[in-house]
Design a binder for this molecule. Structure first.
Ligand code: GLN
Length: 251
């Protein structure tokens, strides 16, 4: 099966090797016999309906976010329509913030977001930096952990009733106070977790692929055939242990 990924702003939003997430999705799709086609959606490119099964955007500093925010606003309807049509989406950190309603940086400059996620973000003086461990429940009763690394000034506040990606077991999460991290709307997930995220969280990479496959088939998402994820499990364990022993600290 061919799966089509739209990679938003790889030339601007790619801090902490976030593009490594694309490599993981490509390989894990190929190991199941699927072909992942990746195309760039940067400044000036339109997000056209029916052209993608998964959209991806990485993180970046305030400066890079300011360089793309207005262009992303022009893509807003295209991204909204895609998410509403069941396209999967992963947004990391700076990309996550710009998929909320707005991001106000440290100088009080407010960047427009496109409101895919029901949230707003305001930068605070002290950065939230460190390893993070989350407990996620993307399917009722199925609790799994996600481990990663965070480095953000942004404090993200979810609207009442909005779904987080997970509960913070260790680290700061969305704002260092709520006890939650990330946001989920259907098949779209936003998160602060870098690393890159997916190599050390293979179940989550497969969950995203299953959402993208469901968008192609029009059927409900199904579990992908298991892979020998020993190395990935080791990476997860190291990352989880680091979070538990030296989780987030303000700096
Ligand atoms: N510039 C944003 C912040 O500091 C996002 C940072 C990032 O993508 N790591 O909160």
């Amino acid at each position: 099966m061919k799966l089509r990924i739209g990679h938003l702003y790889p030339d601007y939003l790619n801090i902490y090797a976030d593009r490594g997430n694309i490599a993981v999705l490509s390989r894990r799709a190929a190991w199941r016999g699927h072909d992942l086609e990746v195309n760039t959606l940067t400044v000036g490119d339109a997000v056209r309906p029916g052209e993608h099964d998964l959209l991806y955007v990485g993180g970046g500093q305030d400066r890079e976010q300011a360089l793309v925010a207005r262009d992303l606003a022009a893509k807003g309807d295209g991204v909204h329509d895609a998410v509403e049509a069941g396209v999967a989406l992963l947004a990391v950190c700076g990309g996550y913030q710009l998929l909320g309603r707005s991001y106000r940086d440290l100088h009080g400059v407010e960047l427009p977001g496109i409101g895919v996620f029901p949230l707003e973000t305001v930068a605070g003086q002290r950065r939230m930096i460190g390893d993070v461990l989350l407990e996620c429940e993307l399917e009722p009763g199925v609790r799994r952990t996600v481990a990663g690394f965070e480095n953000h000034a942004g404090r993200t506040r979810l609207d009442p009733g909005a779904l987080p990606l997970g509960r913070v077991v260790a680290g700061f999460g969305n704002d260092g106070e709520s006890g939650y991290e990330g946001c989920r709307v259907g098949r779209a997930v936003g998160t602060y977790l870098h690393g890159p995220l997916l190599p050390r969280n293979p179940w989550f990479a497969d969950w995203l692929l299953a959402q993208a496959i469901a968008h192609v088939t029009g059927e409900e998402p199904t579990e992908l055939p298991a892979l020998a994820d020993d190395l990935e499990a080791d990476a997860h364990a190291v990352s989880a242990r680091r979070a538990e022993t030296r989780g987030g600290r303000f700096s």
